[in-house]
Design a protein around this ligand. Structure first.
Ligand code: ZN
Ligand code: ZN
Length: 353
């Protein structure tokens, strides 16, 4: 680093100091601005299920402290000497990653999430300076400009925040598999990811069906743009809908009987998992062979595609359904997410941090 504008500073954050510990006020250091760095004052940070897995130590050891948060929306407050894409005052966002090698074949294609050296996650990672990364439950963050995206004026910052993970995680596979007018799409699960997927797939022109465990959220699903809504606890659903979809997006992280869902695909249909169950699935190849079906996974999206997603959402008026909370209520919010008692994403007002 050759002397940015800004000296490394201690900022306020909320973090845990071990697995299963409660959230508390912590202080973390944000680095000096490198010449390509952008300093962002965070206004809102969404709560993603990944935050909970990480804070609970389910995805590895918990650092002391650990500050989660990878659905970040705020304003640029300072820039490094060579930053060209952003200026002070711009409305910007940061998602699930803050850097990558920039040289491998994935990075060259703009698919930084698939960086062969591993992307640098926004929290619980290690940056190129060897420092642990800390996420968005904080007042400020410093990110290299290539991993910052612009939030269009049409999108309120609080509602834009969840798009940085839930939005891109669902937009990317729908976009990659060319979902559009005439596509018959099923979305499995009506949570944080699922409800955004319904809105996006509908705006892309697809005929959308929600497959949820029960019919409890049917009214919402239809309001968000689904044409049909079925309960998967009802075995008749699988008989009735056999062979009907071109594309199924599974947002559920619990272990499902994937063969039953594959049976709902039409000829050449694809089922994409963005939910990440911890245990292996019992996949029968004969669920794939008869109709030349595919089973795939997908991880967030690249930075260019994330910008495309935000512009798409602004153009089509797509906003996640959110409940804004105080930083004092993060523990309670985690419990409520685990109880599926959220419609549909918690967003922390960082003024309360
Ligand atoms: Zn996430
Ligand atoms: Zn790379």
């Amino acid at each position: 680093m050759d002397g940015g504008f800004f000296v490394s500073q201690t900022v306020k954050a909320r973090g845990v100091r071990g697995a299963k510990e409660s959230f508390e006020k912590v202080e973390i250091t944000r680095r000096d601005l490198d010449e390509y760095d952008v300093q962002i004052e965070i206004k809102y940070a969404g709560i993603c299920h990944s935050d909970i897995h990480t804070a609970h130590g389910e995805w590895g050891e918990v650092t002391d402290p650990l500050v989660p948060g990878h659905e970040i929306a705020g304003y640029v407050t300072d820039i490094g000497s060579k930053v060209s894409a952003y200026k002070v005052g711009d409305r910007v966002g940061v998602g699930c990653m803050v850097d990558s090698c920039g040289k491998c074949s994935s990075c060259e294609k703009g698919e930084e999430q698939y960086c062969l050296e591993g992307n640098v996650p926004t929290y619980a990672g290690v940056d190129k300076y060897g420092e642990p990364t800390q996420g968005g439950y904080s007042t400020h963050i410093v990110v290299t400009e290539g991993f910052v995206v612009r939030i269009p004026d049409e999108l309120p910052l609080d509602k834009a925040a969840p798009l940085l993970c839930a939005g891109i995680t669902t937009f990317s596979p729908l976009n990659h598999w060319d979902i559009g007018k005439g596509s018959k799409v099923a979305v499995v699960g009506m949570g944080g990811l699922g409800h955004v997927a319904v809105k996006i797939a509908n705006a892309m022109g697809a005929e959308v069906t929600v497959l949820s465990r029960t019919l409890a959220k049917e009214e919402d699903g239809l309001k968000f743009g689904a044409k049909h809504y079925y309960a998967t606890e009802d075995e008749e659903t699988f008989e009735k809908l056999a062979g009907s979809f071109d594309f199924i997006l599974n947002t559920v992280s619990a272990k499902l009987d994937i063969n039953k869902f594959l049976g709902l695909l039409a000829l050449d249909g694809t089922l994409v998992n963005v939910g990440a169950p911890a245990e292996p699935l019992d996949l029968h190849v004969f669920s794939l062979i008869p109709q030349r079906r595919s089973f795939a996974g997908s991880l967030i999206g690249g930075i260019r595609e994330t910008q495309e997603m935000l512009d798409f959402c602004a153009k089509h008026g797509i906003e996640p359904e959110i409940e804004v909370i105080s930083a004092d209520d993060i523990d309670e919010a985690y419990d409520r997410v685990l109880d599926s008692d959220v419609k549909y994403r918690f967003v922390i007002d960082t003024a309360t941090i």
